[in-house]
Design a protein around this ligand. Structure first.
Ligand SMILES: Cc1cc2nc3c(=O)[nH]c(=O)nc-3n(C[C@H](O)[C@H](O)[C@H](O)COP(=O)(O)O)c2cc1C
Length: 334
């Protein structure tokens, strides 16, 4: 059952090492500016993303739903996101589309004034019959400002029960992309330029790159018995590489995949992201309480502020233009 699988994913991500072997954010170095531009406390972290104003350029990205444990996690994240004024996405809503009794495990986030609420569905389902109706239901379920459609073909390929179909997908997405606010999202294997161009053309409003650096869903599926998961553990495009190759595409970008702290957020901005997306780093706090999420996020936001202070900028737009050095493995990619 999907709801059991979701719980398994959470347990594996909490208990096992599921990270990519290399975190490519370590290959990005921001250049120090000796004299900061403004007082640390005067750094303006506010951004507009998908027409919504956020107090910091961060979203807590899609993780869960479809189970009582997941409901509490979503509630803790939503309450913290309201308090911090940042965005959030729920995990794939497929379980509730198929079993409406599970809707409340996602819908709980409607009780909080989260400035950017995003729903989430898997793109492969649109080759298997999903269409406008399911999009509408997912959006209404969480009163979403936007819906993430995740492209997780790596995971589908290595998981025992995966949906390895793509036929008819682009036609279907072409029909819905013009009617709804859709964000195209990977889940840890990164977005390539050509796929991103096609989706932009079709009317997608933003791309969440979720590349290689952090959670590997191939690793997660390996622990669930998908033997191929080990072989494809590090398959995909590094998160910073995806950002660099998409930054002049002129579509809003979520820099995600392996973001662990506020310095990584600053690096994502410097490479062209409009906001950063954080998933696994927040998971263990979200299983505890909303206070734990707020406390960890406040640390991350303060780290971001310090990185911006030392980069000699006063706001996010300026941070998106700062100079940086690329070293190591990421340099090979470029
Ligand atoms: C426990 C867990 C469950 C996830 N479930 C989903 C999901 O349902 N839909 C989705 O689009 N991404 C899902 N993701 C992927 C994340 O949104 C993100 O793209 C990926 O984990 C990379 O970010 P990270 O390295 O910060 O974890 C999940 C991640 C985790 C850790």
């Amino acid at each position: 059952m999907i709801e059991d699988r979701k719980l398994e994913h959470i347990k594996i991500c909490l208990d096992k090492d599921v990270d990519a072997s290399h975190n490519y954010w370590d290959d990005v170095i921001l250049k120090h500016v000796t004299i900061p531009k403004v007082d640390l406390e005067d750094i303006d972290l506010r951004v507009e993303f998908l027409g919504r104003e956020l107090q910091a350029p961060i979203i807590i990205d899609a993780m869960t739903g479809g189970h009582p444990v997941a409901k509490k996690i979503n509630e803790n994240i939503a309450r913290a996101a309201e308090e911090l004024g940042i965005g959030m996405a729920v995990g794939s809503q497929r379980s509730a589309i198929e079993n409406p009794n599970l809707e409340d495990t996602y819908a709980v986030i409607r009780e909080y004034e989260v400035p950017l609420r995003m729903g989430n569905l898997g793109a492969p389902q649109f080759s298997l019959g999903y269409g406008e109706e399911e999009v509408q239901r997912a959006i209404e379920m969480v009163d979403a400002h936007a819906l993430e459609l995740h492209f997780n073909y790596l995971q589908e390929s290595v998981q025992p029960e995966g949906d390895r179909v793509v036929g008819g997908l682009m036609d279907k997405l072409g029909q819905i992309a013009k009617k709804f606010t859709l964000v195209a999202k990977e889940t840890g294997a990164g977005f390539d330029r050509s796929s991103a161009e096609k989706l932009k053309e079709m009317g997608f409003k933003a791309i969440d790159v979720s590349g290689v650096s952090g959670t590997s869903f191939s690793a997660v599926e390996f622990y669930r018995g998908g033997k191929m998961g080990k072989l494809f553990w590090n398959w995909g495009l590094p998160s910073p590489y995806s950002l660099i190759t998409l930054r002049d595409l002129n579509i809003p970008l979520v820099g995600s995949g392996g973001i662990r702290n506020g310095l990584d957020v600053a690096k994502a901005l410097a490479l062209g992201a409009n906001v950063a997306g954080i998933a696994k780093e927040i998971l263990r706090f979200a299983t505890k309480s909303h206070v734990a999420v707020v406390e960890r996020m406040e640390e991350i936001i303060q780290e971001l502020r310090v990185a911006m202070f030392l980069s000699g900028v006063s706001n996010v737009e300026e941070m998106r233009k700062v100079d940086h050095v690329i070293k190591g493995e990421l340099r090979y990619w470029l």
